[in-house]
Design a protein around this ligand. Sequence first.
Ligand SMILES: [Zn+2]
Length: 324
Amino acid sequence: MNGPTPKDLRGGIDLGGTKIQTVIADAGGQVFGEARHPTPTEGGPDDVARAMEDALREAASAAGVKPEALAGVGVGAPGDADGRTGVVSGARNLPGWEGSFPLGETLAKALGAEVRIGNDVQVAVEGEYSLGAGKPYESLLGVWWGTGVGGGIILDGKPWLGRGAAGEIGHTVVKRGGARCPCGRRGCLEAYAGRAAMEAKARREHAAGVETDLFKIMEKRGRDRLTSSVWEHALREKDPLTESLIRRAIRYLGTGIASACNLLDVEAVVIGGGLGVRFGERYAAEIEREMGKHVFVADDPPKMHIAELGDLGGAIGASLLVSN
Ligand SMILES: [Zn+2]
């Protein structure tokens, strides 16, 4: 067989609030095996780590390789993910994960492989930069539109992490004293465009008597929250509350992204994330139009792209944390 030897292969794990996506890929991002498991909604970090181990083992078995034979495993984790220590703290979307947990060490022991930890959005943006929509550029801003609104920055060909927390475009302020954000502050971009905040707003409007099919669709699909696919179905049915909430999200996305571009003057913006990938193509022009109202260098705005690596992008990006 002329395929890659196990030492060329690395694991990638995208740890999300609803799913754990794993891949076995080579250095060029070609995928040889993948698995997707739901993220535990109860228990604590140990249970999440066990689910991650199971999902990685399933992908490895699909690729015909043992985890311990991999060059390593990269993890994109939410919250404060410390790449040097492998500790993940304050992952509030995950059960019982308000404190710190040595995720890198725990997974390394369980899998018998070296494990590297990175921020989920940052590794996904680096994946797009190396292998996807960001390939032609030396500087870009990634905006990951999903449950929250995350971001990642590449400047002069290198990730800009700041002191570890750069790229939080979701918590840049788009309206002083505005809507309450899941972070507890007011007026953040995420308070208008994050799926969790949009759901909270939809529930409030619904409780106040505004008619919407959002929750009927949610129940029909056996969900207990408004997933991206629920939003998409409601949009297809032209549900007015859905349309107005998405439109509001896009207005604020355009405002926040334009402000960030005025500061950084990057060559390109890449939109990713659950909602971004699902709605990006449809709304890219509208986001650009909203940006156009605020972009300072109006005759040469940054190029707008939708993430190309798709559903596996986060996991592929995580696999790139493993060096050759
Ligand atoms: Zn916030």
